[in-house]
Design a protein around this ligand. Structure first.
Ligand code: 0RA
Length: 645
């Protein structure tokens, strides 16, 4: 190496070090956060590299394993990360990929890097944030290996044996210094992302194994995700518990103006609109140009068909864009070479050119389908007309809600016990099941900043009700007025106005039993379908009342599960008395305050939606007609597991 080259080499390695150090200093800049999400993000980042290798046509199998110690192994049968000398860096290409920020994928200029996690930061970030990482490459008859600690290589890449196989294995253990909140992986969270990836990238087999758990035959828990038909199957999966009103899923797959576009859609008997959009396998929660292209293509094509069919002749009012999407489940997935992400959470596609591509794709596939399936076409148009009529009725009901909200002096619901604090950021409202528990909560609360809104019994199942029924429902009107939220503008009948939100914490407080969780789920469904932004902005919480009170003499402690109860009993020793709380009503005001409402001691679970399509499927299943899957789900007591409360 010349003096110049040496200088350059050390300068580069200093820069690389700084890059890796920076990741460790500011991990949230790279992976979003250092909580549960960030922890799972590490896995997605590594898997994305293997997905890219598969999309480039070199790999069809990815294995993801949660190991006993909560480390993760990702294995693929691709070409293997190159291990030869990287000329500029003077080290193995593998080491460059693993230790240089932003180096990933630079070798293969031809390859179309399309996947990439939310932040698309590369495997070097995962390395920087892992206390240990091992990369093993099977390539050209040799097995190569290198290990790292907190992003620093422990030795140069070395051959460790011979092989006939090809592929890459990355095993990493997240660093407890970084991930202080939790190091435990959620099987359900990983499973729903792997399922999603399998549907979005048909033909790839993704094997997920959880070595922390075995089934009754002693086998490790796990699932194999594979989709032959991609989005068409994804739509069927999402609508598994809904009733389709048409024979086939309408689907498109191809390139439009050089942009790969995939769309699948089906109408069902529900009233909910379920649109999910992806760019490079990333869920674009905030939508963007691809979604507006979809909407435009759909409205335009259906409207044209309906007009020409003469079915709209007797209709007295205009059909709006919304009407075409009632009971519609659809997925739009595009691959964009240089995506521009905008919006609050950087999940809104900005690239203008994509809109026309998707719109054309949708027009083409819909026109074909409607022509070939005149019976289905008629059913769809009838559904749209019904939706338009219902929307008309809803508009009136909503205006009533709004009028009440606007003239809010004395217009608050009579059942609301408001707090005295005026600053919404400091205020909380508890939505409490039943008048009696509401009474206890009212006595127990700190009236300075805590308001109570008792709800009567089971609230309306919005999943099965038409919009105007929802807006006419007393309890739901009360929720709107109490929260100070209005809904609907000229262009968008479902747009929320949160500027007058009266409480920044909205806490659902229900009994800790099956009925209670059913009611909590009904309320959550309502928020999910009608006030999603409240959830997205982190305003919705679930209170967690204790299950047991363990007493011995004058010692007493609360327990939130059986394990805790047994632990306390053991600690107290001898014979203890255990009271099981069947409902909030069994607690007195002081107990409720101590355990569930007092910010110093309570645990509030914040509701957030990690995987929108899975949340949608779960709500439709929980609240739909199909009883068996619902029962099974509620009994597994995992109602909130997949929506990550
Ligand atoms: C760049 C070039 C080549 C392979 C890869 C990247 C690659 C990266 C990852 C990450 C996980 N699995 C992977 N598999 C492959 C190979 C180029 C060639 O062989 O010509």
């Amino acid at each position: 190496m010349s003096e110049e080259a040496k200088k350059q080499y050390s300068a580069d390695s200093i820069q690389a070090l700084e890059g890796m150090e920076h990741v460790r200093m500011r991990p949230s800049m790279y992976i979003g956060d250092v909580g549960v999400r960030g922890l799972h993000h590490l896995v997605y980042e590594v898997v994305d590299n293997s997905i890219d290798e598969a999309l480039a046509g070199h790999c069809d199998r990815i294995k993801v394993t949660i190991n006993e110690d909560n480390s993760i192994t990702v294995e693929d049968n691709g070409r293997g990360i190159p291990v030869d000398l990287h000329k500029k860096e003077g080290i193995s290409a593998l080491e460059v990929v693993m230790t240089k920020i932003g180096a990933g994928g630079k070798f293969d200029k031809d390859s179309y890097k399309v996947s990439g996690g939310l932040h698309g930061v590369g495997v070097s970030c995962v390395n920087a944030l892992s206390e240990h990482l091992r990369a093993t490459v099977y390539r050209d008859g040799q097995i190569w290996e290198q290990e790292y600690e907190r992003g620093k290589s422990l030795y140069p890449v070395k051959p460790i044996g011979e092989t006939e196989e090809r592929g890459t294995i990355v095993s990493f253990k997240p660093d407890p210094q970084i991930f202080q909140q939790t190091l435990e992986y959620s099987y359900d969270t990983l499973a729903s992302r792997m399922r999603e990836l399998a549907y979005l990238n048909k033909g790839i087999t993704i094997v997920l194994t959880d070595r922390r758990a075995t089934d009754k035959d002693g086998e490790f828990e796990g699932e194999i995700f594979y989709s032959e038909e991609g989005l068409t199957e994804f739509v069927k999966y999402l609508d598994g518990t809904r009733e389709p009103i048409m024979k086939d899923v309408i689907a498109f797959e191809g390139e439009k103006n050089g942009i790969p576009v995939e769309v699948a859609m089906v109408y069902n008997t529900s009233y909910a609109e379920n649109l999910h959009s992806y760019v490079n396998n990333i869920n674009t929660h905030e939508g963007g140009t691809h979604l507006s292209g979809f909407r435009r293509g759909l409205t335009h094509t259906l409207k044209k068909y309906a007009d020409e069919s003469g079915m709209l002749d007797k209709l007295k009012f205009e059909i709006s864009g919304d009407d075409f999407r009632e009971g519609l489940t659809a997925i739009v997935s595009v691959k964009v070479a240089e995506p521009q992400f905008e919006g609050q959470t950087k999940t809104k596609l900005g690239n203008r050119e994509v809109s026309a591509s998707v719109s054309q794709a949708v027009s083409e596939m819909l026109t074909d389908y409607l022509e070939e399936h005149p019976d289905d076409a008629k059913i769809i148009v009838q559904k749209v007309i019904l939706a338009a009529q219902a929307r008309h009725a809803a508009q009136k009901a909503r205006e009533m809600v709004q009028r009440k909200t606007v003239m809010s002096i004395g217009g608050l619901p009579g059942k609301l016990s408001d707090c005295s604090e005026q600053d919404p950021a400091k205020c909380e409202v508890f939505l409490v099941e039943g008048d009696s528990a509401g009474g206890t909560a009212k006595q127990g609360r700190d009236r300075n900043f805590q308001a109570i809104l008792p709800l009567r019994g089971k609230i309306l199942n919005v999943e099965k009700a038409m919009q105007h029924k929802v807006f006419e429902n007393e309890e739901i009107k009360n929720i709107f007025t109490a929260l100070g939220v209005t809904i609907g503008t000229e262009e968008d009948s479902k747009a929320l106005n949160l500027t007058k939100l009266r409480y920044h914490k909205i806490v659902i407080m229900c009994d800790a039993d099956i009925d209670g969780s059913h009611i909590a789920t009904l309320i959550l469904t309502f928020f999910f379908r009608y006030m999603k932004e409240l959830i997205e902005n982190g305003h919705v919480y679930i209170a967690t009342p204790p299950l047991y009170l363990v007493k011995k003499g004058n010692k007493k402690r609360y327990a939130w599960n059986d394990k805790e109860r047994d632990g306390i009993a053991e600690e107290f020793g001898g014979s203890v008395s255990v009271q099981r709380y069947k409902g909030l009503g069994e607690m007195n005001a002081e107990q409720l305050w101590d355990t569930t409402m007092n910010p110093e001691f309570r645990t509030l679970r914040q509701v957030n939606i990690d995987n929108g399509s899975e949340a949608d499927r779960i709500f439709s299943m929980l609240m739909g007609d199909d009883v068996p899957p619902r029962r099974e789900f509620i009994e597994k007591n995992a109602i909130y597991a997949n929506i990550d409360v």
